[in-house]
Design a protein around this ligand. Structure first.
Ligand SMILES: Nc1ncnc2c1ncn2[C@@H]1O[C@H](COP(=O)(O)OP(=O)(O)OP(=O)(O)O)[C@@H](O)[C@H]1O
Ligand SMILES: [Mg+2]
Length: 283
């Protein structure tokens, strides 16, 4: 896809070169956040500068998988849609309204880890959930938790004002939507998520974990706590606190758990967390 820079993008890039900080992209669904994130990453990488993208959109994930927050550092221009070396944080579902605290925790963990590694230009892409009290709470809490040096607000009209009016002491770049922004309907969004998982699970095999070796956690928001885990549910697989892979739950017995995953080694796996995403139709 050819990116056509919108009004103000060139000026924004100059500001970002000068500042090199943590920027958070804010905008409603289909406002061009991910496209602008890619444009910034490409600009930096093309000049031999490192840019780190943190993708906190758990629905239409661009660098990671749906249901996760992902971080990737770019040193040369690359397609965002292709899988690369990402750091993941498992959330467990694709609807941001249900996972506000976990999304904030995961994004903050990523930003902190990028800063600890000395990475300067950090771009945080977000979901399009901005409307209503839920959108407002999610974005304001996230901004307060991350303390970005700049917010890039992509607006059609004034749809972000209920959020921006509560933000003090952070620079805001307000941009209009690029002319060629197009929208995707729910079906296209669901198909995109499925395609990401299909690709990720392409070479997956079965892995058996002894219940005594791993802690099994219930990360679901949509199920009753006493409800059995469903076959085909997406699970996060952890080494220590880090999500090292995802998999599909195949069976959950008293003594063992079987997961379909592209992970190749069970070494150091401490935990498995089952979330709400049902991919049983892929089995
Ligand atoms: N500057 C641009 N040049 C070309 N295409 C664009 C541009 N901006 C947006 N688009 C197109 O518009 C659509 C929506 O853009 P994008 O996915 O970046 O929006 P988003 O705000 O990230 O959406 P979501 O909230 O779903 O994550 C995409 O198909 C994208 O290719
Ligand atoms: Mg996006």
């Amino acid at each position: 896809m050819k990116i056509l820079p919108g009004a103000g993008w060139a000026g924004l890039i100059r500001v970002l070169y000068a500042e090199q900080g943590t920027v958070l992209l804010l905008g409603a669904t289909d406002s061009g956040k991910t496209t602008l994130a890619r444009y910034i990453v490409d600009h930096f990488a093309a000049r031999g500068l490192i840019a780190t993208l943190i993708d906190s959109d758990i629905g239409q994930s661009s660098i990671g998988l749906p249901g996760t927050i992902a971080m990737r550092t770019f040193q040369k221009p690359e397609e965002l849609g292709t899988f690369g070396p990402v750091t993941m944080f498992f959330i467990g579902g694709t609807n941001p309204a249900l996972y506000i605290q976990r999304i904030i925790e995961g994004t903050r963990t990523m930003v902190r880890s990028a800063k600890r590694r000395g990475l300067k230009m950090i771009i945080v892409d977000t979901s399009g959930l901005v409307q209503g009290e839920v959108g407002k709470a999610l974005k304001i809490e996230k901004i307060l938790a991350l303390q970005p040096s700049r917010i890039i607000a992509l607006q059609r009209g004034r749809e972000l004002e209920h959020i921006l009016s509560h933000i003090e002491g952070i620079s805001v770049s307000c941009l209009h939507l690029a002319d060629n922004c197009t929208s995707r309907n729910r079906t296209a969004r669901r198909r995109y998520r499925e395609a990401r998982f299909r690709e990720y699970l392409g070479n997956a095999g079965e892995m058996v974990f002894l219940r005594g070796d791993v802690e099994l956690l219930d990360g679901r928001r949509l199920a009753r706590p006493d409800e059995q885990f469903k076959r085909g549910s997406v699970a996060g697989i952890y080494r220590g606190k880090a999500t090292c892979a995802l998999g599909l739950l195949l069976s959950c017995q008293d003594d063992w758990i079987t997961i379909k995953t592209p992970l190749r080694s069970k070494n150091g796996i401490t935990r498995i967390m089952v979330g709400d995403i049902d991919l049983s139709f892929l089995l």
